[in-house]
Design a protein around this ligand. Structure first.
Ligand code: ZN
Length: 276
């Protein structure tokens, strides 16, 4: 699943690659998917999208929004986006294929579930998207230690575990169960650790890790567990992920633990990231 670093990378790549291209045609829902969400009837995309010219893409938390005049294309974190060069075969299965006037295309396919919303600006509202637009990105200066402390002082957040605090309820849009693992590893904090049990220096470490880990992941083009617009894995090498679960802990050489916790697997070292 793409999260904040991959959404930033995809938005940059889409702007660099697609800006200026005119949409020639579009096909939505050609491979029906139970958990692909559209705005209205996907058959209407074929009339809505042609004639729009791509201007830019922007990351919205873990989502990517493409601007094309008054047309918007919005993709959620469960959608894989791929650029298809001119003359190259289109993927056999996709939930949205946008063809451009120069023979190139953008293919979108839903993994487990995902939104592929096409609409005219103002015609679409989604609370998840609104939150992603409103809250400051951890990559900005607005997301500072005071802002982070404010999150902790809201709605009983302090009583939650580190994973629940950071990666649920859209407290930090784009920070999901994927990027969480290295954020906690870099701060040496266990995913199950109660936020109220952390010392001030541990809270400082956690805040700094949110900022620096997400920045490093973004600057390196996303994580090595995810693919970018060109189907390449990101340049950020994950320390705690499905890729490293069978490797020794980079800190102590012990075994990395993989457990199901709060919807999704967590990866941590029980020695370097003690529960208490
Ligand atoms: Zn360790």
């Amino acid at each position: 699943m793409i999260e904040l670093p991959e959404a930033n990378t995809l938005a940059r790549q889409i702007t660099d690659t697609l800006a200026g291209k005119l949409i020639a045609s579009a096909v939505a829902n050609s491979s029906p998917h139970k958990f692909a969400w559209y705005h209205g009837d996907p058959a209407a995309y074929a009339a809505l999208l042609p004639g729009a010219r791509i201007e830019q893409a922007v990351p919205r938390g873990g989502m990517v929004q493409i601007m094309a005049g008054d047309i918007r294309l919005l993709f959620t974190d469960g959608v894989a986006l791929r650029f298809v060069p001119a003359g190259e075969r289109r993927p056999a299965k996709h939930q949205l294929l946008v063809e451009f006037d120069d023979g190139t295309a953008l293919a979108a396919s839903v993994q487990m579930y995902g939104g592929l919303w096409a609409y005219r600006e103002g015609d679409f509202h989604n609370p998840y998207f609104d939150v992603a637009c409103e809250k400051p990105s951890p990559l900005t200066d607005e997301f500072d230690s005071d802002y982070f402390a404010g999150l902790l002082n809201t709605d009983g957040a302090a009583s939650k575990s580190a994973k629940a605090f950071l990666a649920t309820e859209q407290r930090v849009p784009g920070l999901g169960n994927g990027v969480l693992q290295d954020i906690l590893w870099n701060a040496r904090i266990n995913p199950r650790r109660s936020m109220s049990s952390l010392s001030n220096s541990q809270l400082d470490n956690l805040f700094n890790s949110v900022k620096t880990t997400l920045r490093a992941m973004t600057e390196l083009g996303g994580r090595d567990t995810e693919k970018n617009l060109f189907g390449e894995t990101g340049g950020y090498i994950t320390q705690m992920s499905k890729n490293t679960a069978s490797l020794p802990c980079p800190g102590c050489g012990g075994a990395i633990t993989k457990e199901a916790y709060l919807g999704g697997s967590v990866y941590y070292c029980p020695n370097c990231q003690p529960i208490r």
